[in-house]
Ligand binder design. Structure first.
Ligand SMILES: Nc1ncnc2c1ncn2[C@@H]1O[C@H](COP(=O)(O)OP(=O)(O)OP(=O)(O)O)[C@@H](O)[C@H]1O
Length: 329
């Protein structure tokens, strides 16, 4: 079982602070690294993969420094976002070269196994330069898996994949996670993160904005209005009862449904059944209408930008759903 630890880590390039005082733990299973363009995801992945040293702080695997540590490199597989591959090699040669660089005893067998894992044996004798984007991604994946690493880091692995390839990669990563490997992938395709990751780490402007299950993160943001769509036995009576109580920010009737904006999640969750019972109304369906990762993300981006406009560029901002908030709840 491999655990990655990023501790008070910053990385800057000249005046640009790409990663700003991030502390994060990534354990076995699948973790999604989420953030807008330029948030620092690739920089974090490069530091975890041993491609870059941190400018400050530490990046370790099971307590061992990753940077320039060959022993650690043996246990890490990394698929970078970079398009560049050795186009003149066949898929098989490309993966085998990686096996040889790792000094594996039987590079041919290891390459074959890895190509089988990503379902690329049929195309293994074609030149990488002739592959589609998705096929290139898979062969890069095979090359990262060739030494059977305990840790797998993937930067935007779904880029350029068609839906079938995407599904295949989702299954593959699920299997890797289930085997107890530590899998960290970055993506801007929110549905994939939501579908795949048991744990989500959000970075915004180089800062660690949130950590946890996305629904959990969402619920922690109790200072943000939550929207619900409700159907009940008597929407009109329920609407007036909710308005009279005064703890909702907005109530409107929209055809057969009631749309409610609650100012506090926890309070509203306790209040709604009580108000319904007192008004003699039966609740038929209560659906959160904005609990997607997209809305969580927009909120975090907004709150982190608000915080960063108040702080200097090297001071970490605390968004509402930062780990510190989590501990308090
Ligand atoms: N080698 C470099 N030299 C200078 N600036 C860099 C370098 N690498 C990254 N940066 C800057 O650091 C910031 C974070 O970049 P990074 O690539 O880590 O973000 P990202 O979240 O992966 O973005 P994207 O999703 O667009 O790939 C950006 O402002 C970027 O321009």
């Amino acid at each position: 079982m491999a655990t990655l630890q990023i501790d008070a880590c910053s990385r800057w390039f000249g005046n640009v602070v790409a990663v700003n005082d991030v502390t994060m733990t990534v354990g076995p299973g699948i973790t999604g690294l989420l953030g807008p363009n330029g948030a620092g995801k690739s920089t974090l992945i490069h530091m975890l993969g041993g491609f870059l040293p941190p400018s400050a702080g530490t990046v370790t695997l099971d307590g061992a420094t990753i940077w320039k540590n060959q022993e650690v490199y043996r246990t890490i597989g990394i698929v970078t976002e970079r398009e560049a591959t050795y186009d003149f090699l066949t898929g098989k040669q490309f993966v085998r070269a990686s096996a040889e660089l790792h000094g594996l005893a039987d590079p041919g067998a290891a390459a074959h196994r890895a190509l089988e894992t990503v379902a690329m044996t049929d195309a293994q004798d074609r030149k990488v330069g002739e592959y589609s984007k998705g096929m290139k991604q898979r062969v890069k994946m095979a090359s990262a898996l060739v030494h059977d690493p305990a840790v797998l880091l993937l930067d935007e692995p779904f880029n350029g994949m068609d839906p079938r390839q995407r599904l295949h990669l989702i299954e593959l990563l699920r299997d890797m996670g289930a085997e107890g490997r530590t899998v960290l992938f970055s993506s801007h395709i929110l549905e994939e993160v939501e579908l795949l990751a048991h744990q989500i780490e959000v970075v915004v402007s180089g800062r660690h904005a949130a950590s946890g299950d996305y629904r959990e993160i969402r619920r922690l943001m109790i200072d943000r209005p939550h929207r619900y769509t409700i159907t009940s036995s008597d929407n009109r009576s329920l609407a007036s009862a909710l308005v009279a109580d005064g703890s909702t920010a907005g109530v409107s009737i929209d055809g057969d449904v009631l749309r409610v904006q609650a100012s506090e999640f926890l309070r509203f969750a306790a209040l709604l059944p009580r108000v319904a019972r007192d008004a003699d109304v039966r609740l038929l369906q209560v659906t959160p209408s904005d609990e997607s990762l997209e809305s969580v993300f927009s909120y975090l981006v907004e709150s982190s930008s608000r915080a960063s406009s108040r702080t200097s560029s090297r001071t970490p901002a605390r968004a509402t759903a930062s780990p510190a908030t989590r501990e308090r709840s």
